[in-house]
Design a protein. Structure first.
Length: 202
């Protein structure tokens, strides 16, 4: 998913960008509220965060397998999962009614938690979009190859992204990737927690 925090140089070439769970740098988010939801080991071997998109400049739409989906709008909640030892981050988008509408996997070089408690990740271009029905679409393979050809990333980093994507696609197809099920099981509870924390902080 190309966001407005993706970095480009004056020639328009995209280079590796460090991104943050609180969508720092995404200028179309006018107001937001971020909270950590779970630390490593509480639900799985990794951490979980929640983000309320309180006010957006405009709704953000994407297309997955020919279907248009709004993934960001006023009142949406994003749940992000950062699995330890893996080179991806998963974001689940929940609409104003509490329905999970979209899953998005960013393939990353690394991810960690900053000193301020906000997780970050170094994006490796490849992405996997997934509908709650299970249908998927691999995205941005051209950007990965362009980054390699431009010497923005090394051959090792390109190969890492490809291997991690192949592994992830297999896990999703075989229903062995636990994170979408985990979010679908706890989406209502986690959304309520995030919204209550937001309300109590106002």
């Amino acid at each position: 998913m190309r966001r407005d925090d993706d970095a480009t140089d004056d020639k328009g070439d995209v280079f590796m960008k460090r991104k943050y769970a609180d969508v720092t740098g995404w200028t179309t988010v006018i107001d937001k509220h971020f909270i950590p939801l779970a630390q490593r080991g509480e639900y799985f071997d990794g951490s979980i965060t929640g983000l309320v998109l309180t006010k957006m400049e405009e709704p953000y739409w994407v297309t997955c397998n020919g279907q248009d989906i709004c993934i960001a709008d006023d009142g949406y909640v994003w749940i992000q999962c950062f699995p330890a030892g893996r080179h991806y981050v998963m974001t689940a988008m929940i609409d104003q009614t509490g329905k999970v509408v979209y899953f998005y996997f960013d393939i990353v070089l690394r991810h960690a938690i900053g000193e301020n408690g906000v997780p970050w990740y170094d994006d490796l271009y490849l992405d996997l979009a997934m509908m709650p029905s299970g249908s998927t679409e691999v995205l941005d393979e051209d950007e990965l190859e362009e980054a390699f050809q431009n010497n923005t990333i090394s051959e090792w980093e390109r190969d890492l992204a490809v291997v991690e994507m192949e592994r992830l696609v297999t896990e999703v197809a075989n229903d062995t990737c636990i994170l979408p099920k985990l979010v679908l099981t706890h989406a209502t509870k986690w959304r309520d927690i995030v919204l209550k924390v937001k309300e109590s902080s106002q």
